[in-house]
Design a protein around this ligand. Structure first.
Ligand SMILES: [Zn+2]
Length: 313
């Protein structure tokens, strides 16, 4: 409501306040511990409890130890499952001893990532499979229960089932990201990766008007881009990099973000920039003949750019 009148005053398109039904709210946040809610954790008591004003004590299954001081508590619903998310302050860092190693990470589409030392990190085998299961279930759901159809017990059950598959996939992906990030942080003192422009990558391509016939449009490769976008989103690069950065910071490691422009078109050996050097998954320099896996070549370029950046500072 407030936002509505603020926009009206500012002369912007207000967008009318909408009815918010019971399914609208999926997260409730309590800004600080002890303000209407309490994290009653006494590990030796055998169970962990959360006190919420107006609700009472709730037993919580804790998946990991709580470090630091609890700052905010949010309760979140995903499908029929409820989660408690704690944001903590003063979390002790766990600085790792230096290894003397550095790496560049190129995030890819065919492989999840390539490292500057030539390692390829493949998407796990279950990746494709879980995605197919989700696609099928989503299609079935939308065919049976088109938008606007009456809400029924069956419909609710069907959408809960869909949400469950979603949740399972997301959790597996998160686990993969955590494990990979942990390994990389353990093994390297400096980690260089590209700056992502997720918003730009997932935006639909602009329609191309046909200059000869007004009102008509030329093919703008929307379908090809949509397929690629889907995989970019699915790979969850942003999620991975967020986890990597957090883990690196906690371990006293340095992450360097560099502009990825030309990193996949530049020859690591001679520095020549030529889009023709990249042929599929192989990089073959049109100038010096240097050959490498395309993503590994890019990872090496990223690493070099990162090291130059550090020296410049
Ligand atoms: Zn070259």
């Amino acid at each position: 409501m407030e936002a509505f009148f603020r926009r009206v005053k500012a002369g912007q398109t207000p967008g009318y306040p909408r009815y918010k039904g019971e399914r609208w709210f999926d997260t409730v946040v309590w800004p600080s511990d002890r303000d209407g809610c309490r994290w009653d954790s006494t590990p030796d008591a055998g169970h962990i409890r959360l006190y919420l004003q107006g609700i009472g004590h709730i037993r919580v299954h804790a998946h990991r130890c709580i470090a630091g001081r609890v700052k905010t508590i949010s309760v979140k619903r995903e499908g029929d499952a409820w989660y408690v998310i704690l944001a903590c302050d003063e979390v002790p860092t766990n600085v790792l001893p230096p290894t003397g190693r550095v790496t560049g990470i190129d995030l890819g589409v065919s492989e999840f990532a390539a490292l500057a030392d030539g390692t390829l990190i493949r998407n796990p085998a279950w990746w494709r499979q879980t995605e197919e299961r989700l696609t099928k279930a989503a299609r079935r759901h939308s065919l049976r229960y088109p938008p606007g159809c009456t809400r029924s017990k069956r419909k609710v059950r069907s959408s809960q089932n869909l949400a469950k598959i979603h949740r399972g996939n997301a959790r597996k992906r998160l686990d993969f990201h955590h494990k990979l990030a942990l390994n990389l942080v353990r093994e390297n003192d400096i980690l260089v990766h590209e700056a992502l422009n997720i918003a730009g990558m997932v935006r639909a391509p602009r329609p191309k008007p046909n200059p000869d016939r007004p009102g008509e449009f030329l093919a703008n490769r929307a379908a090809a881009k949509a397929a690629l976008n889907k995989r970019i989103l699915d790979a969850g690069w942003a999620q991975f990099l967020t986890i990597l950065t957090a883990k690196a910071e906690n371990a006293g490691r340095l992450t360097v973000v560099v502009n990825a422009r030309n990193s996949s078109r530049t020859c690591y050996q001679c520095g020549q920039v030529d889009a023709a050097s990249r042929a599929g998954i192989t990089f073959r320099c049109t100038t010096c003949g240097h050959e490498d896996h395309a993503d590994v070549n890019a990872a090496r370029n990223l690493l070099r750019a990162g090291l130059v950046l550090i020296q410049a500072e």
